[in-house]
Design a protein around this ligand. Structure first.
Ligand code: ATP
Length: 368
């Protein structure tokens, strides 16, 4: 029998889900340590909600298995399917799922009442949870009297009050305006950290994923492209798709001229007549001669006035937008437009010639 410990508290194994002829989730596997916050990130239709609903038991699945702790939620091969209400999961959705005809207290007490807990314990736990989410002053208000942000706090309180095995979030902040959304990201993460409930969060918003997650799984077309911590995914994307989806990157097709065992190698890049050999980090698995994509973040392209030789190319500034603490530039090189973050004191001007120096340690050859 397999051993389960805190490092693989939630296990999704070879999950497959079909909708008609559409393979919405295509044989994905991942585990989450107990207490961690994992985000499924990807564009609309990549299968993240389907994965979440499969964990919740709101979908049957066509293959694989899902386990939490020692409880098998579903495993069609073994004929096992635990009903959603028996999975002990808290959920927070995009639409505020609180009941309008009840007060905040009644909403949050409800999951404890159906478990038939003693009244004193219910009162204590509801009060503590409302305090945690910052709604103590709203306890006696009707749910309809709350703002959008407060309604999401109430939904969260109701999801965590019974201390479920798992918390599932499906785009819970997307109905809020930007300012509130940004504040709620930090707040939600703080609360999750405090209650320590293992969480799976679904979003298409990369900044939300970067801010909130212990780990991110980047998905496309029902499969996993990459898994890692926010810094790792940003700094070491494995392929063009992830480079492009997370943050902003200059992406150029090339060929590996010299491979490196975990160190610096060389890539030949040419773009409509312009060409350069770039010393850069070569991703694992890329060999000499492999097709590759050079990925360089705008903050790792340095605009300078002298040619410093290696990793330097000459271009013309075609746009320089002053944004206070930095200048957002476009620099034309052949037909390619480099995105460059420059310092205001460099005073780059539209129309001037500059050299772009690519930082070798932060230029990355990734899989196409
Ligand atoms: P979104 O953010 O738009 O919900 P998503 O990444 O969460 O996107 P899913 O909702 O999981 O993606 O959808 C994955 C695929 O499965 C899509 O092609 C979608 O059209 C299809 N799909 C999802 N739910 C159903 C359903 N109930 N019936 C039929 N097809 C569905």
């Amino acid at each position: 029998m397999a051993t389960h410990d805190d490092s693989n508290y939630l296990e999704v194994k070879n999950l497959v889900k079909w909708f008609g002829n559409d393979r919405a989730v295509d044989d994905i596997s991942f585990t989450i340590p107990r207490g961690a916050f994992l985000t499924l990130l990807g564009p609309s239709g990549c299968g993240k909600t389907t994965t979440l609903m499969s964990i919740a038991g709101l979908h049957s699945i066509d293959g694989g298995s899902i386990r939490v702790g020692d409880v098998i939620y579903t495993s069609p091969e073994e004929g096992l399917f635990l009903a959603p209400e028996k999975r002990d999961i808290g959920m927070v959705f995009q639409s505020y799922a609180i009941w309008p005809h009840m007060t905040v207290t009644q909403n949050v007490a409800y999951p404890l009442e159906i478990r038939k807990l003693p009244k004193d314990e219910i009162d204590d736990r509801v009060a503590a949870t409302l305090k945690l989410v910052g709604l103590t002053d709203m306890a006696d208000k009707m749910a309809t009297q709350l703002s959008g942000g407060q309604q999401q706090r109430a939904s969260l309180a109701r999801a965590i009050v019974s201390k479920p095995l798992l918390l599932l979030f499906d785009e819970p902040l997307s109905n809020l305006d930007l300012k509130l959304r940004e504040a709620m990201r930090v707040e939600l993460k703080r609360i999750q950290h405090e209650v320590g409930i293992t969480s799976v969060y679904v979003t298409h918003d990369q900044s939300e994923a970067l801010v909130m997650s212990d780990e991110i799984i980047v998905m496309s077309k029902g499969t996993i492209e990459q898994r890692g911590g926010p810094r790792d995914i940003y700094a070491r994307p494995v392929n063009r798709y992830v480079s492009n989806f997370i943050g902003v990157a200059n992406l150029l097709d090339g060929r590996v001229a010299r491979a490196a065992n975990g160190g610096l190698g060389m890539v030949e890049v040419s773009h409509n007549g312009a060409r350069i050999d770039v010393t850069c980090q070569i991703s694992d698995g890329l060999e000499e001669g492999s097709e590759t994509v050079l990925s360089v973040r705008p903050e790792n392209v340095h605009a300078i006035r002298e040619n410093e030789g290696g990793n330097c190319l000459e271009g013309e500034v075609i746009e320089a937008v002053f944004l206070g603490s930095y200048v957002d530039c476009r620099v034309k090189w052949g037909e390619f437009e480099w995105k460059v973050i420059a310092h205001p004191r460099d005073r780059l001007r539209k129309g001037e010639k500059v050299f772009l120096k690519l930082d070798p340690d932060h230029s990355l050859a990734v899989r196409p």
